[in-house]
Design a protein around this ligand. Sequence first.
Ligand SMILES: [Zn+2]
Length: 253
Amino acid sequence: MPFSLFTSPNPSAGSDPFPYTLKVNPRAKSARLKMTPHGGLVVVVPPRFDKKQIALLLQHHEPWIKKIQAKFDAHRQPSLALSENGLPSSISFPEFAESWSVTYTHGGSGEVELKEKPGSTLFVSGEVADTALTQKLLSAWLKKRAQVHLLPALEKLSAAHDFSYASATVRLQHSRWGSCSSRRSITLNSKLLFLPEHLVRYIMVHELCHTVHMNHSRAFWSLVHQHDPLCQSNNREMKTAWKYVPAWLGQGS
Ligand SMILES: [Zn+2]
């Protein structure tokens, strides 16, 4: 089941008081504001909306924008301190008892190299000033950690509850925590590494139940409920689960 996390960011510049992403929605009747945890502020407008009105709109809603931004900031994990270039100085998967410190060493060769050192240190060297490239490398590393942790956990859960699936893969995704294809291939989002155990388990149960029911019918939910009696509250909790995902990953893929 897709859980909408956030929209893909496309920040626009300008003299507006806040950076925002503009989205033109043909079905929108009037302009509205939306705040997403990593994409930031989104302004949704109907087609032919006078763009000059946006600054006014932002001004008008300034108290609201500031309030929500402060709320998002407060939710960020303290361990997610960023180094000066906006990349993480530590990466932790609390539920999997793993915490890595990350060190960066400049040495420009146009490439970036990542090495795991004893003592749970990630040693990143090379063209680390290229934030996008470095982030990509960290994301690839994250995917490997997700393979190590998530796939065996899925296998174990599946065996314990007599499910069967064709294959399982891990991907770093923006908008889905997990999915299950009609061929019973399960995909899990690497970002699950940052979530509390009960939510990781809920997503796995949810996708495993899709191997039986490829829909969100009553029969499907009843099956989910059998394997996770708290599925309703867990499903609700997933709506704000983005808060566990570190900001440096928000815009990476
Ligand atoms: Zn689903």
